[in-house]
Design a protein around this ligand. Structure first.
Ligand SMILES: C[S@@+](CC[C@H](N)C(=O)[O-])C[C@H]1O[C@@H](n2cnc3c(N)ncnc32)[C@H](O)[C@@H]1O
Length: 243
């Protein structure tokens, strides 16, 4: 997506770190509850602009991984104390384990069942015995609803962004759905331009998520979603690595 490459320096005007305080606290509760023993070292897969991490770092020592160097740069700017590593969640291997592994909405970019299984294996390889993984996709097949959304923020540097998002599923029989995003971007000098992003994201059933975690070696389960009225599509899947 352009938002993660040439438009990455607009990311925090689309979705601002301060809006993530409540949900990051909820994900922390899930991680701590499932983790057996101390939960100190956290690995995030697909950490993006580091919005969740900007809150998680008060409780955990965070290592943040993402496919996009441009997004890692955005995260480094707000989370300079965290370790950042470029890597694909399906393949990255850091050669060490963590107490907890977390993956949030970056999971939606996994479009094949094999991608899901590979990401679950990555999480397992990086979880110490007794440690926990928490996976939070925006939607599962059972909870998907088409819809539109809009929002955006004014920056302190005079730049501002407003967006319109359109989420839909052109073929309910496949494991994909479509997202179009239109960004209105105002530069500090007042000039305005409009840009468009289109992406195809993955849609899997609850049992497919649980099966991917089990196949990787986790004891799989679920955790109550964050604010179900506001985010009715979200499901939280947990994995505990047996001792
Ligand atoms: C919406 S952003 C994540 C934002 C993040 N939840 C936060 O707190 O800032 C989605 C991210 O997923 C990343 N991504 C997509 N596919 C990936 C993959 N296979 N491995 C790692 N990161 C991936 C993108 O580069 C992008 O930064």
């Amino acid at each position: 997506m352009r938002l993660y490459t040439d438009l990455a320096d607009w990311f925090h005007l689309l979705t601002a770190p301060e809006e993530y305080a409540g949900e990051a606290a909820h994900y922390r509760e899930a991680l701590v509850e499932v983790c057996d023993g101390p939960a100190v070292r956290l690995l995030e897969l697909g950490s993006g602009g580091g919005n969740n991490a900007s809150h998680l770092k008060q409780w955990f020592t965070c290592t943040l991984t993402d496919l996009s160097p441009e997004m890692l740069a955005q995260s480094r700017a707000i989370n300079p104390e965290c370790e950042h590593v470029q890597g694909d969640m399906r393949a990255v291997r850091l050669g060490r384990t963590f107490d907890v592994v977390f993956a949030h909405d970056a999971l939606m970019y996994l479009t094949e069942l094999d991608d899901l299984r590979a990401a679950a294996r990555t999480a397992f390889e990086h979880t110490r015995p007794g440690g926990a993984a928490v996976f939070c996709p925006d939607y599962v097949r059972e909870s998907f609803e088409p819809g539109t959304d809009h929002g955006g923020h004014d920056g302190e540097d005079g730049r501002a962004l407003r967006y319109l998002e359109w989420v839909r599923d052109e073929d309910p029989d496949d494991s994909l759905y479509e997202v179009d995003l239109v960004y209105t971007l105002k530069e500090a000098d007042g000039s305005v331009r409009v840009e468009h992003d289109h992406c195809v994201e993955g849609l899997f059933g609850e049992e497919e998520w649980l099966e991917a975690l089990r196949a990787a070696g986790f004891e799989a389960g679920t955790y109550p979603p964050f604010e179900p009225e506001e985010y009715p599509g979200q499901r939280i899947f947990t994995g505990k690595r047996p001792r």
